[in-house]
Design a protein around this ligand. Structure first.
Ligand code: ADP
Ligand code: MG
Length: 676
């Protein structure tokens, strides 16, 4: 057996179990070893019934005096046993486990763990953990069973039909057989006094004390974050060595001319970020900068200024948007800003391809096509792009000398995330909105006020406003199902709620021409309400839309909800965001209520981190890849520690050739930790 052995090769694992295991993404021995407990039950204190207190969690050794199933009138099964440890009898009670009478017989010796209580006036343990003490395995005096009683007992993420108990028995059988094969990749200078990897893996499953469990978690959390930090920092070092296409030079009059023609004054934040970009553009290395700014903070004009300056150096700019609608929107705005200077602006998308030799070409993924002429491109701008690394690599393919790269996003980036995931990029933050923006009034609406909410929407629409109704988020990949759900909701709303209003439907399964047509209708005011899934068109700018309803809001992260509501509140009128929850329990409601008070995207993202962990940082590099098992982006100490360790290693040896084990591990993790 080795780490790569498929679980199907192990004895006692048939197709049924294999299927259940695969549902937990457990396919190989290695997967199982890396399936960590998320908590432990402390059954380490062995005692006797006579000495135990009611309410105490105890581990007892004794004998079963009787065991039977009782069927209640409500057709429930209760399994009841009398157990005696030699000091006193107690009752053991299990619910819905009638098969236990087949496994446990009168006279069996057991070790049981659980909380001592009074149940129906008798000393009892309800749903105890149990383990048989067989003479050949545990000669008297009884050795505490190493697996799930009498110690810190690991509790694992389970799935139906696959229990924690099964997992911990399997792991305990496999562990000794593969432990010798697991090598620690970290050099001692980095590992310092932390546990070695094999030790940490063993102790995380079977710690003999809380201290050991902590040490194991610390070591494994370090491992996870360290390699991500190392990957991004190494990428950065490599990027900084790349040769630049051409040294650009600017003069201030040029920039002033552009700025003086704008219909508004740039905000301080826009000015600051523009300066940061210009200093990169004048540098000797290609820029690799990420501009983060709330929806509506005015990233487009900053990017346009950069394109303008690049044009002044006789170089071209490509701007890539995630969808055709956004590409057209940019094309309109940017044309208006640049054509007065005699700059040729063109569009290049799937439906409107043409040979593009414009000074500034705006398009979608179609820009990645080999057919596009990319001669003389000095700047590439990527807007709201999820996987911009992929785009970057494609655009760089076969190029010796590089253009500058600028990426823009509205996704807030918590500090710890910036320090690790984004340390290959320079970060600029537009942390200010242009003056005169209205605060969006946000309300978490109880179901009993739903009708009133619809009445309010109807009233506002009749007064000339428009509304979005966002249908529930189903798994991001399941566009088919989301589209169906959106369609059903659209029909319900049109027929039953708003028969007199004009509704439109938007979802990911529509063809881009259809999407464009609907968006245009909405933009021109020919639709009153747009029923839409959440996946479409994050950046659209329709100032007359002042209401947004979000259904099943509890399924979204706070930062994501904030980004969604950023589509309203763009004009002068007061805007309203109404959040409905399908599961209106206390936790969900109080989490959602944060949106009523807070309108800072970064604060909301930090809250997401605290409340729901890393998985909630939506967008850019997420797509499920950085859901660490142990490390968390909310742990600033660990983030700084791993970041410094990675830095130290790269300073000592940028190519990592002195550390083949580290380089090898990085290589094997590449698809998961390399920036993209
Ligand atoms: P985002 O950062 O979300 O991409 P946009 O660039 O689309 O935002 O800008 C949103 C709106 O704000 C646009 O209509 C734009 O013309 C306007 N805008 C940008 N900068 C300013 C400014 N400094 N003052 C006033 N309006 C601005
Ligand atoms: Mg934008």
């Amino acid at each position: 057996m080795d780490l790569q052995t498929p679980l199907s090769n192990l004895t006692g694992i048939g197709p049924g179990l294999l299927y259940k295991l695969s549902r937990l993404n457990l396919n190989t021995v290695e997967d199982l070893i890396y399936h960590f407990p998320f908590r432990y039950d402390d059954f380490s204190q062995s005692t006797t019934i006579k000495d135990a207190q009611i309410g105490q969690v105890v581990t007892l050794q004794g004998e079963i005096w009787s065991i039977k199933n009782i069927f209640t009138r409500a057709r429930k099964v209760i399994t009841q046993a009398i157990f005696n440890d030699g000091t006193s009898p107690i009752e053991l009670t299990w619910f819905h486990q009638s098969w236990l009478t087949k496994q446990i017989k009168t006279g069996d010796r057991l070790q049981v763990s659980g909380k001592l209580t009074k149940y129906r006036n008798k000393l009892s343990i309800i749903m105890p953990r149990w383990e048989k003490i067989t003479d050949q395995l545990y000669p008297k005096p009884y050795t505490p069973n190493p697996i799930h009683t009498g110690r810190l007992v690991p509790v694992y993420p389970e799935t139906e039909g696959l229990t924690s108990k099964w997992i911990r028995i399997k792991v305990s059988q496999i562990m000794p057989q593969v432990l010798a094969e697991i090598k620690d990749t970290l050099p001692d200078s980095i590992r310092e006094n932390m546990l070695k990897l094999p030790e940490a893996l063993e102790k995380i499953h079977f710690p003999s004390s809380w201290k050991e469990a902590d040490l194991a978690r610390a070591r494994l959390g370090f491992e996870e974050l360290f390699y991500v930090s190392l990957a991004t920092q190494k990428t950065r070092l490599e990027w900084e060595k790349k040769p630049l296409l051409h040294l650009l030079r600017f003069n201030n009059q040029d920039l002033d001319k552009f700025i003086s023609k704008l219909p508004f004054e740039l905000t301080n934040a826009q000015n600051r970020v523009l300066k940061e970009i210009i200093s990169d553009l004048e540098g000797k290395h290609p820029m690799n900068r990420l501009v983060q700014g709330e929806v509506g903070s005015g990233k487009t004009v900053v990017a346009t200024a950069a394109a303008y300056l690049v044009y002044k150096n006789n170089f071209r700019t490509l701007l890539m948007a995630p969808t055709e609608i956004l590409a057209f929107q940019h094309y309109e705005t940017i044309s208006k800003l640049l054509t007065p200077f005699g700059i040729k602006v063109g569009i290049y998308t799937g439906s409107r391809k043409k040979v593009a030799n414009d000074d500034v070409t705006i398009g979608t993924h179609a820009l990645l096509s080999e057919k596009l002429n990319t001669d003389n491109v000095g700047l590439i701008i990527i807007d709201e792009q999820q996987r911009f690394g992929v785009a970057q690599r494609t655009l760089l393919r076969g190029r010796g000398k590089l253009p500058h790269f600028l990426t823009m996003t509205a996704t807030p980036i918590p500090r710890t995330v910036a320090l690790t995931l984004y340390s290959d990029l320079d970060l600029s933050i537009i942390n200010e909105l242009p003056e005169g923006r209205q605060k969006i009034k946000t309300h978490v609406v109880p179901q009993k006020k739903r009708a009133a909410a619809y009445g309010f929407i109807e009233k506002q629409v009749k007064a000339g406003d428009q509304a979005y109704i966002i249908t529930p988020l189903i798994e991001e990949s399941e566009t088919m199902q989301s589209a169906k759900a959106a369609t059903i909701e659209y029909e319900r709303l049109q027929k039953q709620i708003f028969p007199k209003l004009k509704l439109g439907l938007m979802h990911g399964r529509l063809k881009s021409a259809e999407k464009e047509a609907i968006m245009n209708k909405f933009k021109k005011g020919k639709l009153d309400i747009l029923v839409s899934t959440s996946v479409v068109e994050v950046g659209v700018d329709i100032p007359n839309a002042t209401i947004m309803v979000i259904e099943s809001a509890e399924r979204f992260g706070l930062a994501q909800l904030h980004q969604l509501r950023g589509r309203i509140g763009r004009g002068k009128k007061q805007s309203y965001c109404l959040l409905f929850s399908e599961i209106p329990n206390k936790d969900n409601i109080s989490r959602l209520k944060n949106l009523e008070k807070i309108d800072d995207g970064l604060k909301l993202a930090e809250l997401d981190l605290k409340i729901r962990g890393s998985g909630e940082i939506f967008g850019i590099r997420q797509s499920g890849r950085f859901e660490f098992k142990i490390a968390s982006f909310s742990d600033l100490d660990l983030v700084e520690k791993t970041r410094n360790a990675a830095k130290k290693l790269l300073q000592d040896n940028p190519t990592l050739d002195k550390y083949p084990t580290v380089a090898g591990k990085l290589q094997s993790l590449a698809p998961n930790v390399m920036p993209d």
